[in-house]
Design a protein around this ligand. Structure first.
Ligand code: PFF
Length: 454
């Protein structure tokens, strides 16, 4: 007979603020810091911001709330939550856990790069004059990035072994406020550089050029939707899992607004920290450099400003906090699955899963150097894992989540759960419309366009 653990055995967030910071921490990550600024700048500036906010409202908030109510109602993490309501849908939770597993395997590699840059700044910030070559040769080398990746994963495991209140909540309460202070400091520095105004204009002022034909317009719309998805970590079981540790009297509508609002705020602050600095001290073309933006362009930008070493260090520390809080959430999703479903001890579940993902991450890291000859569909292992999660697993899982909450469990059940806090759910009908109709259609568009555009 299975001895289902009661929620106090599973752990619980001690305060609403702790939950909000942990959930916001899971959302705020590399997506906010390097992806959002350059996508927004190149996709119409102010227009992109408007589209983005619109999709946060119609996709981000309803799906986050749907996942949160599912978790709190069942008091179980992703797989258990679906299974408790309808056994046939257990696999949807499984997709979420699988997705978290794959993402963390390579996310931790990038986390390791961030640690390496912190170490580089702490030891004098010598990048050998050529920032691009420095980064390229570092990621392709066989030992150093692997070691930093293992250190990053070990750090996350240490926090998650500590449990919900003493590990995740405590770490988030330190890292997220610190991240906020640091990003404001870097943004103020960037916006006061001579020449910064051009960058701010590029970021904020509506520019019709990138959206002035129907096909360009559709592309930008799809980019905005995809960015909302990635940034809010939708469809991964994270919010189901964190929601399951939430007290019944928490006002989930308020928490959802705060989490999604904080995520968007950090994305905008990241734009204000990065774009004006790149405009002032580098060239605009460098904004499109993808991962190179953070690791190649920004160190050069920091080096050409007074006290650049200090700002570079602060910047990479804040990137570390952002990446770590997301990685901790991913590890928790995988561990909680084993704790809830197979009744493993937290320590055993966390350490074994962290070790398994670390091992796969080693291959992902080597796929940029020693193992680059091994490709899947023309991509190295690192890129193939990103493709699988971002383009397939995340949208599929989010689509099924909407269908499940909208039609199988029922939006009324979700709404009842939302109202447990004693406050009427005034946006109930809008929520039902988004979860049942609007979100599934939009997600289908993201899924198809993502595969077609590949
Ligand atoms: N939301 C994170 C970011 O913006 O960087 C990325 C992410 C983390 C996506 C965790 C998915 C996830 F499960």
């Amino acid at each position: 007979m299975s001895n289902k653990p009661k929620h106090h055995h599973r752990g619980q967030f001690t305060s609403s603020l702790g939950f909000i910071l942990a959930a916001a921490g899971s959302a705020i990550g590399l997506g906010n810091l390097w992806k959002f600024p350059y996508i927004a700048g190149n996709s119409g500036g102010g227009y992109f911001l408007l589209f983005y906010i619109a999709f946060v409202l119609v996709l981000g908030i309803p799906i986050t709330l749907a996942e949160m109510s599912l978790g709190r109602s069942t008091e179980l993490s992703a797989v258990g939550a679906y299974r408790k309501i309808n056994k046939n849908w257990t696999f949807v939770g499984g997709i979420g856990v699988l997705c978290a597993f794959v993402i963390l395997s390579y996310y931790s590699v990038v986390g390791g790069w961030v640690l390496k840059y912190i170490a580089a700044y702490l030891t004098g910030g010598q990048f050998g004059g050529d920032y691009g070559a420095y980064f390229d040769s570092f990621v392709a080398s066989p030992v150093e990035p692997v070691v930093w990746h293992l250190v990053f994963m070990a750090f996350c495991a240490l926090v998650v072994v500590g449990g919900v209140a003493k590990g995740i909540e405590k770490a988030s309460k330190i890292m997220l406020p610190a991240l906020f202070v640091l990003i404001v400091v870097v943004a103020v520095r960037a916006c006061t550089l001579p020449g910064a105004a051009e960058g701010l204009k590029f970021f904020f002022v509506p520019n019709a050029e990138p959206i002035n034909t129907p096909s360009k317009f559709i592309n930008v719309i799809v980019l905005a939707m995809g960015q909302v998805f990635f940034s809010l970590s939708l469809g991964m079981g994270i919010t189901i899992t964190y929601g399951s540790y939430l007290k019944k009297n928490d006002n989930m509508v308020k928490s959802t607004m705060l989490i999604t609002g904080l995520d968007s705020l950090i994305a905008v602050l990241a734009g204000m920290a990065i774009i004006p600095a790149v405009f002032a001290l580098s060239s605009r073309e460098n904004l499109t450099a993808g991962p190179g933006l953070i690791f190649k362009t920004l160190p050069a930008v920091f080096d050409s400003m007074p006290l650049g070493g200090v700002f570079g260090l602060l910047f990479f520390i804040l990137v570390f906090f952002a990446a770590a809080t997301s990685a901790i959430a991913l590890l928790e999703v995988v561990s909680a699955f084993l704790i809830d479903t197979l009744h493993w001890k937290r320590r055993t579940a966390t350490v074994s899963m962290a070790a398994a993902m670390a091992l796969i991450g080693v291959f992902a890291s080597l796929s940029m150097g020693a193992l680059s000859g091994f490709t899947i569909g023309g991509m190295n292992l690192f890129d193939a894992m990103g493709f699988l999660t971002d383009k397939i697993l995340m949208p599929v899982s989010a689509l099924l989540t909407c269908i499940f909450v909208g039609y199988v469990w029922g939006v009324d059940k979700a709404a009842e759960e939302v109202e447990q806090c004693g406050v009427a759910f005034r946006l109930r009908r809008a929520f039902a419309f988004c979860v049942r109709y609007l979100a599934p259609v939009l997600i289908l568009v993201i899924l198809v366009m993502g595969l077609v555009n590949q």
